[in-house]
Structures are given as structure tokens and as C-alpha cells.
Design a protein around this ligand. Structure first.
Ligand SMILES: [Zn+2]
Length: 220
């Protein structure tokens, strides 16, 4: 069986996302790219997370052709593979139907800079135009708003997609973007529907510089 370790990682991240409340039921899908072969291990279509074993994970090439697997890959495989082609620097993709991110997808063109943490650790989170789910059009709607530094995109009337280097980092991004979306929606409600205060745009470049220079433990 090809890429056993990566298959196990896809199974584990599905359970982790379920336990952390990032996904529910059969919604959402995850993939990871093997740096050597470029092949991608992706979750199967429509299977509840606790029932998925490494044998159920499907190996596809970067065009979504099945290389090995007894199951049908996620119906959103074109989204994962187009993103992987568009961003050779990323190895993991996590797509969820997170509630508050989906609320924002219905009302805004981007997630407002509501939380300092997202501004610093994720950056701008754009919202796509409407795309036809499961098709290349859907994938294109995401790629169109994905720049070289984008780490998360909210998908119009649908959900959230995050990408990065490794599932731990990518799940963390999904979690804080959803938290920011929740704060935003609650702040709107608490503010009588008026736009809440956001992180002042003119302070962001300086904050980023300070964060990059000072955050975490010193490297030796
Ligand atoms: Zn979806």
C-alpha cells in the first residue's frame, strides 16, 4: 500500500478535527502531499470519520487521477488538487463547513480584521465568488483569491478552506479563523448590526514586524 504514513495522518487529522468540533458528520475533507512523489493522500467521499481506516484513504496525482484506493476520493478533490498545483509550497489542505465562517461567507467579501491573532498568524482571509461545488469552477473560485501568502479562504455560501505545511498548523488556522468569524458575527449582533471596530489597518505592518521579531522562544 502506497504512502501508509500519510494515509494514517489523514485518518488522524479527521478524528482530531471531529474531536475539536471543527467538522461534523461526513462534512469536510483533508489532504496531504508527499514531497517526494508529489502524490496526494485524500479523505474518501461521504464516510463518517470514525469509520475511516488508512485503507480507505485514496491516493491521487496532482490532477486528481486515482493512483491507488478502494474508495471514491472526496467529491471536492478538484479543489484540493488545483490548490496544490497553484501553491507548490503547501503540503496540507483542510476544508470544513465551519458555522461562523459560513455565516461570513453569506454576508461579506472578506473576513474583517476583527482579531489581532488572525491578522498576525493568518493574514487576510478573502471570500470567494459563488462557485459550483465539486467542479473545476468551484476550485477556480478559491484559486482566484489565493495569493502567495494566503493561508485561509472562506468559500461563498459554503465553508472554509485552510492550507499550510502540516496538518497541525493547518487545523490551528481553521480553528482561529472560525473563532474570528464567531467573534465578528457576535460583535455585529451586539452592535445592532453596525460594523464593529477592527484592527486599525495602518498599524498592521508594524505589528507584523514586531510579531515576527519577538514571538515564540529564541532560536539558538
Ligand atoms: Zn465542502
Amino acid at each position: 500500500m502506497k504512502l501508509r504514513k500519510l494515509r494514517e495522518e489523514v485518518v488522524a487529522v479527521g478524528m482530531e478535527a471531529l474531536e475539536r468540533g471543527i467538522v461534523h458528520g461526513t462534512a469536510g475533507n483533508m489532504s496531504i502531499r508527499d514531497p517526494k512523489s508529489g502524490l496526494i493522500a485524500i479523505s474518501p467521499s461521504g464516510m463518517p470519520y470514525p469509520t475511516v481506516t488508512p485503507e480507505d484513504i485514496v491516493i491521487v496525482d496532482e490532477w486528481g487521477n486515482v493512483v491507488e484506493g478502494r474508495r471514491k476520493p472526496s467529491s471536492e478533490t478538484p479543489l484540493h488538487t488545483m490548490l496544490m498545483r497553484h501553491r507548490p509550497d503547501i503540503s496540507t489542505v483542510v476544508h470544513t463547513h465551519s458555522h461562523y465562517s459560513t455565516v461570513v461567507s453569506c454576508i461579506r467579501k472578506k473576513l474583517p480584521d476583527i482579531l489581532t491573532e488572525v491578522v498576525l498568524a493568518v493574514g487576510t482571509v478573502p471570500v470567494t465568488r459563488y462557485g459550483l461545488t465539486g467542479t473545476d469552477d468551484f476550485a477556480e473560485s478559491v484559486v482566484e483569491v489565493t495569493g502567495p501568502d494566503t493561508r485561509a479562504v472562506i468559500i461563498k455560501n459554503h465553508g472554509l478552506i485552510c492550507f499550510g505545511q502540516g496538518f497541525e498548523q493547518t487545523l490551528g488556522i481553521a480553528e482561529i479563523v472560525e473563532e474570528a468569524a464567531k467573534v465578528y458575527v457576535n460583535a455585529l449582533a451586539a452592535n445592532g448590526g453596525k460594523e464593529p471596530d477592527v484592527v486599525p489597518a495602518k498599524l498592521i505592518p508594524g505589528m507584523l514586524k514586531h510579531f515576527q521579531a519577538n514571538y515564540g522562544q529564541p532560536k539558538n
